[in-house]
Design a binder for this molecule. Structure first.
Ligand code: DQA
Length: 150
């Protein structure tokens, strides 16, 4: 059994009402519930955390080392394109993580094409919408126990 952590960054608390044509109509609570269920079905625990504040996201990543988190699923929101500090936190704890974006950031504005996380993530799930979170659980499961089936 592994300990998984789902971290969502700024404005993702507004999922469902925020630009539904870009991010879909599912609410964050529903996404978290589905991911938790899927993780449990594979014998893992999933802790969920969302914040609009950069320092709180950094603190949660630091805490992940203390609480022995095995794998992080991270949607950094707009901090994807700006936060060296959050990148440094991920490097500091050295916990493997998948970077996830609901929208296809490469099909959007130029400033969304660069991520401070992609080169240090184990994998990236981009543009799959809310279903990406389910795939992220499978990716985490497979990363932690390759060949055991997802
Ligand atoms: C996002 C993409 C980011 O560019 C944006 O700032 C977000 C959400 C996504 O999930 O598609 O807040 O991370």
């Amino acid at each position: 059994m592994a300990s998984l952590l789902l971290i969502n960054g700024p404005n993702l608390n507004l999922l469902g009402s925020r630009e539904p044509e870009v991010y879909g109509s599912a609410q964050l609570a529903d996404i978290e519930a589905r991911a938790t269920e899927l993780a449990a079905a594979r014998g893992h625990t999933l802790a969920c955390f969302q914040s609009n504040a950069e320092h709180e996201l950094i603190n949660r990543v630091q805490q992940a080392r203390a609480d022995a988190t095995d794998f992080i699923i991270l949607n950094p929101g707009a901090f994807t394109h700006t936060s060296i500090a959050l990148r440094d936190a991920l490097l500091a704890v050295a916990i493997p993580f998948v970077e996830l974006h609901l929208s296809n950031t490469f099909a959007r504005e130029q400033f969304r094409h660069h991520s401070y996380f992609s080169d240090i993530a184990t994998s990236c799930l981009i543009g799959i919408g809310p279903f990406g979170y389910e795939l992220a659980i499978l990716a985490a499961s497979n990363y932690l126990a390759p060949g055991e089936g997802t």
